[in-house]
Design a protein around this ligand. Structure first.
Ligand code: HEC
Length: 187
């Protein structure tokens, strides 16, 4: 009898739990495929989500002068409140590290993602895929990571090896939970 009571209680709780997890308030609507596409713009390090299109540093230089130099400087030097976009290579282990997208960022695909979602400030979302590839290529070239005529696209960009690619210690959440980390000391 006690067992049946417990079972009954368990079933009641389980049903309550199910009901609590799927509330219907009768408001809102499911997003359309188009709305989801506009929102789902994240590019992962391996670049699987990168769109079609391409660009080179030579094309990017023209765009940079028109749309970016006003804030980041003619020579990518940055200014107060606006980060410099080149240099710093080899300084991370010194007492005066200079962190830039070239010296610090581990993935070239993140540069594409960042420009696509957040630049230029005030005109976010206005760059085409080709323009974003060209600007990414220009920044990589100015950081001496790729050549001026190397074409960047969905295939070549993820293959670019960033100088600080191995400078981060990957950790997996399971390892942290178990109190150990995948490689090296736990952060
Ligand atoms: C109106 C000023 C402005 C314009 C124009 C602008 N940026 Fe930026 N940019 C910023 C600011 C401010 C930041 C820093 C934002 C932050 O850290 O939250 C930034 C950050 C960045 C970063 C990340 C740098 C880092 O080290 O964190 C990149 C890459 C970048 N901009 C590229 C571009 C490109 C490419 C263009 C031209 C299409 C552009 N920006 C145009 C103001 C601007």
């Amino acid at each position: 009898m006690r067992c049946c009571f417990r079972l009954g209680l368990f079933v009641a709780l389980a049903l309550f739990e199910c009901a609590a997890q799927t509330p219907t308030y009768g408001i809102g609507k499911s997003p359309s495929a188009e709305e989801l596409r506009a929102w789902d713009i994240s590019i992962s390090p391996d670049g699987d989500e990168l769109p079609a299109g391409s660009g080179t540093a030579a094309e990017g230089a023209v765009l940079y002068a028109q749309r970016c130099a006003g804030c980041h400087g003619k020579d990518l030097e940055g200014r107060r409140g606006v980060p410099r976009l080149a240099g710093g290579k080899g300084t991370l282990t010194t007492s005066t590290p200079v962190k830039t997208i070239g010296s610090f960022w581990p993935y070239a695909t993140s540069i594409w993602d960042y420009i696509n979602r957040a630049m230029p400030v005030g005109g976010e979302g206005t760059l085409t895929a080709n323009e974003t590839y060209a600007l990414t290529a220009y920044l990589l070239h100015r950081n001496e990571i790729i050549g001026e005529s190397t074409q960047m696209d969905a295939k070549s960009l993820p293959k670019v090896h960033m100088p600080n690619r191995t400078g981060f210690i990957p950790t997996r959440i399971q390892d942290l939970r178990r109190g150990r980390c995948a490689r090296g000391p736990c952060p």
